[in-house]
Design a protein around this ligand. Sequence first.
Ligand code: SF4
Length: 414
Amino acid sequence: MPAMNLSPATGMPARVLSGMRPTGQLHLGNYHGALRNWVALQDRFEGYFFVADWHALTTDYDNTSLLQQHLQQMVIDWLAAGLDPERSTIFLQSQVPAHAELHLLLSMITPLGWLERVPTYKDQQAQLKEKDLATYGFLGYPLLQSADILIYRPAFVPVGEDQVVHVEMTREVARRFNHMYGRDEKFGAKVKAAVGWLEPAARETYRELRRRFQEGGDHAALAEARALVLASSRLTAEQSELLLANLEGEHHRLLPAPEVLLTPTPRVPGLDGRKMSKSYGNTIGLTEEPASIARKIKGMTTDPARARRTDPGTPEKCPVWDLHKLYSSAETCAWVRAGCTTAGIGCLECKQPVIDRIAADATAMRERAQPYIDNPGRVREILAAGAVRANATAAETMQVVRRSMNLVPADGTP
Ligand code: SF4
C-alpha cells in the first residue's frame, strides 16, 4: 500500500474532500472523471466523500421525485467501484446541517461580485435555458461548495481543471474570513517566537523567502518556505500553522485554505463521439450488462474516413481510440494503430478488446453492487455512520467559527 500523506498541522493522514451530485447510476465518464481517483486517494489520504443532495436542488428544485432513488443508486455505484466505508467517510450533505449554517455565515462576508464572476454561473444559465436559474440558491451554490469544503478543513480538494476556479474562490473566502475574524493582538510576537524555534540556519531563510513572496509574488519562494516550515521537527503543530499563515499574510487560520489536487480527467467519449454525458444520451453504465455494452460499442461512431473495410483510418479521429487509451495495454494499442492505419483490421474487430475489458469491469462491479441492491438498508447504515463522523468533524469547525464571530461567549459556554 502507498504511504499515507500526513497533514503538517496534525501529523495525521491529510484529509481530502470531494462530492458528487446524485445523478443515479453512474457512467464511465463519471468513473474516469472522478470516482476512480477517489478510490485511489483512499490509500494515501483520509477521504471524506459526500452526496451533494442540496446541490441537486440548485438546478432541479422543481422536480425532486427521483432524488432518493438517484442518491441510493449513486452510492451503490461508489461502493461497487471500491469506495470503502471502513476507510473513508461516506455521507449525505443534508445529514450534516452545519453545512447550511456555515453557508449562511459565509454569505454574510462574501461579496456578490465573487459569485457573479464564477464562470459556471453564466455558462450554466446559458446551457440550461429551459430552467429558470435566476434564483438565490443557484447564484449561491459555489459558496455552498465553499462551506462544504471548509467545514472539514481538508488539506486537499481533488478536482478537474474546470473546477479549479471554485476551489480558488473557496480559498478567497477562507482568507477573508481569517482576515476579518482572526485578528490577534499578539500575532507578531507569536510569529517572532515561532521563528526563533526554527533551526538557526532556517530562520533568516524563512524571513527572506517570505519577503520574496510578499513583495514580489514569488510563488517558488512561497513553496520553498512552506517546505522549510513543514520539514522543521522543532515546531509544534500550532507554531507550524502560525508560520504558514504568516507566509501568506494571514493572521490566523481559523479556516485553513485547502490546496487543489489536480485530477487528470481523461477524455471519455460517448457513443456519438461527444463527451459522455447523461444529457446527450450517449453513455455506457458502470454496471451495465455485457450484452448491452457490446451492442452499444458495436454501434459506436468511428473515424468517418473508414467508410469501407478497405479504407485506412486515423485512430486520433476515432472515439474508440480514446477508449483503447483508457482500457487497453500498450501492445493492444500498437495493434490498433497498425491495423487502423493500414486497414489491416476492421472496426468491429478493433472494438472487441474494449468491449471485453469494459464488460469484465462492469461484471465485477455489478457483483459488488448486488448485496447493496438486495439490502438497501445497508446503504442507509453506511450513510448514517458517515454522517456521525462528518457531524463530529463539522461541529469542531463550527465551534471555532461561532466563537470567532462572537456568536457564543469567548469561553465557549453555550
Ligand atoms: S479501426 Fe479502430 S481506431 Fe480505427 S477507425 Fe475503426 S474503431 Fe476507430
